[in-house]
Write a protein that binds this ligand. Structure first.
Ligand code: P53
Length: 488
């Protein structure tokens, strides 16, 4: 048997994509609350009012004009405002997860629900209470929560008034927020992740057809440094508050392959791993910047604000485990090619040996095994795959069933490869599939890009009953968990 009896089988969601209730019980707005819906062809927009009072929008990720203020505008639909209303459905949802036999449920805490602006001294009691109720509900069902402290949702107020993660002060605000989480939920939560997909900031600069310049690199590396320090301080405080806490990093895991056997491609591919994957993992697992960091900074004339105290904090704040998301592999080549993929967050040379999802993501189960073995060898810390799954169009039948055999196939193939990695000596302790309950896509803001075992009746315009339905994959995953990964 590959998977131990105590293997942490489960699923994952994030606050801003699932909860809804964006302005209830004192919650402050986050960036996703001024972000519209999109699709595989149409980007998500961020809306604002400019300094002359005129409404406008920019593509998500671009800065809003000087003097403008983020704003919710009448003519747009903001899918994250309602999410899938987990805020009011959590009891029903957690009961469904328990029915599947979940051992672990990964969710995130909305920063602006606890600290509406982000710079307050005291948290919002209603926010604190909400998550306590959620964790008590998990406990009732014997489900271990895995809590992401930051899942892309910095309070909008901190973005507007402090410049977000460009500002060193964010470290203190984050540490205050994290400390509140550790204190309030001590005894209810043991597994924590400090920053979701922390490597995205740098990885996205060069990946998927992006060619960012020195300015973007300067900003990206500096933001990351502040997040590394914030993470390291949180790890130290989390351990002081409760030595039982297991605190992990969370990396967006993509397996990179060289496009050809040209040594130029082999080298370019190695450098892609360094910049996109190892850079963050090394700092968070080893407590210091890797040897190649200087080369990466010099390539873009980056000058960082790093203090001696920061370096000490990094040394003392190594994570206990390495966790990552895994959806796809990608090709790195120095050669021209006509055979290109296009999708959301997916572009570049097409791999002729793989099939692609409707959003252009390469389906590559063996790539997951490769990643697991490579990373375990590098850090020898417990690993968890905390996101994996297939975003796909589902059809709700008249009788309330959903036949998602494509999703079962995808997950089965990935679980098989995880089993082989375990047999090869990898200490993999958990697996939480992405979007176990359907939720709003982070990339496109769509509802119809679904990942769940549980279908939620809501469409891209926000219409629907929000009723929950069990998909075929629901019954399949229950069997997988029951049989400890044997009955696939
Ligand atoms: P959606 C890029 C590439 C791979 C995963 O993504 C990524 C991203 C950045 O969004 O993000 C993670 O919803 C992220 C989740 C997200 C999930 O992947 O675009 O941690 O919040 O929903 C899937 O299909």
């Amino acid at each position: 048997m590959s998977f131990q009896e105590n293997f942490l089988w489960g699923g994952a969601i994030a606050a801003n994509q699932a909860e809804g209730a964006w302005n209830e019980d004192g919650r402050g707005p986050a960036k996703t609350d001024v972000t519209t819906g999109g699709s595989v062809k149409k980007p998500r927009y961020v809306t604002f009012i400019d300094k002359d009072g005129k409404p406008g929008k920019v593509i998500n990720g671009q800065p809003i004009p000087e003097g403008a203020k983020y704003a919710v505008l009448d003519d747009y639909y903001y899918p994250n405002h309602d999410g899938v209303d987990f805020y009011h459905h959590y009891k029903e949802d957690i009961a469904l997860l328990a029915e599947m036999g979940f051992k672990m449920f990964r969710l995130s805490i909305s920063w602006s629900r606890l600290y509406p602006h982000g710079d307050e001294d005291q948290p919002n009691p209603k926010g604190v209470e909400f998550y306590r109720s959620v964790f008590l509900e998990c406990k009732k069902h014997g489900i271990e929560p895995l809590v992401t402290i930051w899942h892309f949702d910095t309070p909008l107020y901190l973005e507007e008034h402090y410049g977000g993660w460009n500002n060193r002060q964010l470290i203190d605000f984050y540490v205050r927020f994290a400390t509140t989480c550790f204190k309030e939920y001590q005894g209810l939560v043991k597994y924590w992740l400090t920053f979701n997909e922390i490597n995205n900031t740098i990885m996205m600069l060069n990946l998927f057809g992006n060619h960012a310049g020195d300015k973007e690199h300067q900003q990206g590396y500096q933001q990351l440094h502040y997040q590394f320090v914030a993470s390291a301080k949180a790890v130290q405080i989390g351990h002081e508050i409760d030595p039982n806490n297991m605190i992990g990093c969370m990396i967006c895991g993509i397996t990179f392959y060289p496009g050809t056997c040209d040594p130029q491609d082999i080298m370019a591919n190695r450098h892609m791993w360094e910049k996109s994957i190892f850079y963050c993992g090394d700092v968070q697992c080893k407590g210091k910047y890797p040897t190649f960091a200087k080369r990466l900074w010099n390539e873009h004339h980056v000058q960082l604000d790093i203090t001696e105290q920061d370096l000490e904090d990094l040394r003392n704040g190594c994570v206990d485990m390495y966790t990552f998301s895994y959806y796809m592999s990608s090709i790195e080549t120095t050669h021209e090619t006509d055979d290109m993929v296009s999708g959301n967050f997916a572009a570049g040379a097409r791999n002729p040996y793989l099939t692609y999802s409707d959003w252009g993501w390469a389906q590559d189960p063996l790539g997951l095994r490769y990643y697991l073995e490579m990373i375990y060898d590098r850090y020898e810390k417990p690993l968890m795959v905390v996101e994996n799954g297939l975003g796909a169009y589902d059809t709700l039948e008249e009788d309330g069933s959903i036949h998602d055999d494509y999703r079962i196939d995808y997950l089965r193939d990935h679980i098989k490869e995880m089993g082989k990695a375990i047999d090869n000596g990898v200490n993999l302790i958990g697996y939480t599939t992405w979007g176990c309950i359907d939720l709003v896509s982070a990339g496109t803001g769509e509802m119809r890009k679904r990942y769940g075992f549980i279908y939620v009746d809501k469409d891209d315009q926000g219409h629907g009953t929000y009723n929950r339905y069990r998909k075929d994959s629901f019954y399949w995953y229950k069997k997988v968990i029951e049989s400890h990964g044997e009955d696939l």
